[in-house]
Ligand binder design. Structure first.
Ligand code: TXE
Length: 517
C-alpha cells in the first residue's frame, strides 16, 4: 500500500487500518466530520474491496515473468525436478493468473432471478456469491508452486483470505510464493504462510478458519475431512490417483510409447494424475513394451538443475522406499522388470533418492503396483483383449482421477472415454489440462471431492446467498390464520397450477381468486 499523510499527533486520531497486528495506511481516505461544527476532525482509510486485490494480481503476473529464474531455481533446488518441469509450474501459475480473476469477475457477478411461481412473482430476488472468509490451504510437495498458486488465486478472486501451509518438504517454495504476493502489493493479512509438518496442518484445521482446501494423500485427506466435519466447516479434497492409459491396437506406435512414458515418469512419477497402469491391446503389446523400454533407457536420471536431466530424484527416502517395495512385491508375484528397477550406479555416491525409470511387464491386479498409488517412475504394462476388458480393468480401481486413451480412431476414443470412471480423459495426450485452468480438475472415488480450476473450482470458494425483497407489506397467502377457507384456497391452487384437466383447472380459477389475500 502507498503511504498517505495521516494525522499522527493524537493516537486517538490515527486513521490507519489495523491488520494482522500492524498499523497499515490505505490508499483512499475519508474525512470524519465533527457533529459539533461540521468540520473535519481527521481522515481515516477507506479500505479497498476486491479492486485493490485485482491490481496486485496483475502486478504479480509481471513479477512471475521477471523473477522466473529465481522461482524455477527454488523449485528445482527443493524437489530436484528438472528445470523444464519447474518452468511448467510457472507457466501454469501464469495461466491461472490470466484466467481466474477475470473469470471470477464474470462468474460470481450477482444476478436478478425472476421467480416463476405466481404468488412470488412480484418479489425482487437476487443471488449473490459470498466468500467463506478465511481459507486454510494445505498443499503437497509434488507441484509446490503451481498447486497452491491455483488454489490461492481461486480463493482470492472469490474474495477470501488465506492461511497457506506448504508441505514440510517444500517450505521455501511456499515462502517464496508468499513473498511474491506481498511484493505484488497484496494487502497485509490477505495471504499468510505458515510452515511446518502435519502438526501445523492439524492446528490450522482446528483454528478459526472457515474452509479447508487440501491436496495430498488419502489418509491425511480423510483425517482432515473428519476434523473439518467436527468443526462444521467445508473441506475440498484433491487426493490421489491411479490413472490408467489404454493403448489400442490402432495407436501410433511411434509416439504413443513416448506419450505414455512422459505421463508416467514426468516429475519422477510424483503426480496425482501420473500414468500408473498401462493396458495395451494384445496384438501390439510386445512391440509397445519394446519401444517403451527403448525410450525409457534414453532418459537421463540426475539432479534437475543439470540441463541434460530428464528425471530427477524422488522427494524423500520414504517415498523411494514405498516405490521400491511395490516393485519388489510385483517381482515376487511374477512381474518382469523390462528395464530400470534400481538406483542408477552412476549416482550411488550422491546420497540422493534416485531410482531408474522402471518398466514392468506381466503385471496383474493382485499386485500393489496395479492397485495402490505408486507416486514414482514406474510403468507397469498389462495386455488386454477387447474394449470391454479394457474398461473393466481401467475401472477396477478405488481412484477415479484421470485416464488416457491412445488411438487413431477418434470417434471410438470418445465413446470409450464416456465409459471410464474419471474426472479427466485425454486422448493422444495426458496430464496437460492442469495447465488449462478453464477446465475443472477433480475426480471420483478416493480421488476426492470438491474441485479445482474452472467454474466448478471457483464455486468451491463461495457460497450462494439469496436476497428476496417484497415491496408490499400486505399479508401473504401462506400466513396465518388457517381454516376452511384457506384449505379451499390451497386445494384450488393445486388444481389450477398443477392439474392435467383443462376444464377442472378453469373451474379452479374463481375458487383461487376468492381465497387470495
Ligand atoms: O502426503 P500428506 P505425503 C500421496 C502419494 C505420497 C503419499 C504421502 O502417494 O506417496 O501421498 O505423501 C499435511 N492435518 N500424495 O506424506 O501427508 C502435510 O504437512 C493437516 C498425493 O507428503 O497428505 C502436507 O502439507 N495437514 C498427492 C500435506 O498435508 C496434514 C500429493 C500433504 O501431506 C496432516 C502428495 C494432518 N493431520 C502426496 N498430516 C496428490 N494428490 O497429488 C499431514 N498434513
Amino acid at each position: 500500500m502507498e503511504s498517505v499523510h495521516l494525522p499522527r499527533g493524537e493516537a486517538a486520531l490515527d486513521g490507519r487500518l489495523l491488520i494482522g497486528g500492524e498499523w497499515v495506511a490505505g490508499k483512499e481516505l475519508a474525512a470524519k466530520l465533527s457533529p459539533v461544527d461540521g468540520k473535519p476532525i481527521a481522515e481515516f482509510c477507506q479500505a479497498a474491496g476486491l479492486g485493490g486485490r485485482r491490481e496486485a494480481l496483475s502486478r504479480l503476473r509481471r513479477l512471475l515473468v521477471e523473477r522466473r529464474g529465481a522461482i524455477v531455481a527454488t523449485i528445482t533446488r527443493e524437489t530436484g525436478k528438472p528445470l523444464v518441469e519447474s518452468y511448467f509450474e510457472v507457466v501454469e501459475a501464469l495461466e491461472c493468473l490470466k484466467f481466474m480473476p477475470a473469470r471470477a469477475a464474470k462468474l460470481l457477478r450477482e444476478r436478478r432471478v425472476v421467480l416463476k411461481q405466481p404468488t412470488f412473482f412480484l418479489k425482487k430476488v437476487r443471488q449473490v456469491w459470498e466468500p467463506y472468509g478465511v481459507v486454510g490451504l494445505i498443499s503437497p510437495w509434488n507441484f509446490p508452486f503451481s498447486i497452491p498458486m491455483g488454489e490461492l488465486l481461486q480463493a482470492l478472486a472469490a474474495g477470501n483470505t488465506v492461511v497457506f501451509k506448504p508441505s514440510e518438504w517444500t517450505p521455501f517454495t511456499g515462502l517464496l510464493l508468499g513473498r511474491l504476493l506481498t511484493d505484488a502489493g497484496l494487502p497485509p493479512g490477505v495471504v499468510n504462510v505458515v510452515t511446518g509438518d502435519g502438526r501445523t496442518g492439524a492446528a490450522l484445521v482446528a483454528a478459526a478458519i472457515d474452509k479447508v482446501a487440501f491436496t495430498g494423500s488419502v489418509p491425511t485427506g480423510l483425517a482432515i475431512g473428519r476434523a473439518a466435519a467436527e468443526r462444521g466447516i467445508p473441506a475440498s479434497m484433491e487426493l490421489g490417483g491411479k490413472d490408467p492409459a489404454i493403448v489400442r491396437a490402432d495407436a501410433d506406435l511411434a509416439t504413443a510409447p513416448e506419450g505414455v512414458l512422459w505421463g508416467a515418469v514426468m516429475n519422477c512419477g510424483q503426480g496425482c494424475s501420473a500414468v500408473e497402469r498401462v493396458y495395451v491391446e494384445r496384438g501390439i503389446h510386445d512391440a509397445f513394451v519394446e519401444r517403451l523400454a527403448a525410450a525409457c533407457k534414453r532418459l537421463v536420471v540426475g539432479d534437475g538443475a543439470e540441463p541434460a536431466t530428464s528425471v530427477g530424484p524422488l522427494i524423500n527416502p520414504a517415498q523411494r522406499a514405498k516405490v521400491c517395495a511395490q516393485i519388489e512385491d510385483a517381482v515376487h508375484r511374477g512381474a518382469r522388470v523390462v528395464c530400470g528397477g534400481e538406483a542408477p550406479a552412476r549416482l550411488a555416491a550422491s546420497g540422493g533418492w534416485f531410482l531408474e525409470p522402471t518398466v514392468l511387464a506381466n503385471v496383474d491386479h493382485t499386485m500393489a503396483v496395479m492397485r495402490e498409488e505408486t507416486f514414482g517412475p514406474v510403468v507397469p504394462v498389462m495386455a488386454y483383449a477387447g474394449e470391454d476388458e479394457a474398461v473393466r480393468l481401467a475401472n477396477d480401481c478405488v481412484y477415479g482421477l484421470g485416464a488416457s486413451i491412445w488411438t487413431r480412431d477418434l470417434a471410438g476414443a470418445e465413446a470409450l472415454a464416456r465409459r471410464l470412471r474419471a474426472g479427466n480423459v485425454w486422448v493422444n495426450d495426458v496430464l496437460f489440462s492442469h495447465a488449462a485452468p478453464e477446465t475443472t480438475w477433480g475426480g471420483t472415488g478416493l480421488s476426492g471431492h470438491g474441485y479445482t480450476h474452472g467454474d466448478a473450482g471457483l464455486l468451491t470458494y463461495v457460497h450462494p446467498k439469496w436476497i428476496s425483497i417484497d415491496g408490499s407489506t400486505a399479508p401473504k397467502d401462506g400466513w396465518y390464520p388457517y381454516g376452511p377457507e384457506r384449505r379451499e384456497f390451497a386445494d384450488a391452487v393445486v388444481e389450477l397450477l398443477y392439474g392435467h384437466d383443462l376444464l377442472k383447472r378453469a373451474r379452479a380459477i374463481p375458487r383461487a381468486l376468492r381465497g387470495m389475500r
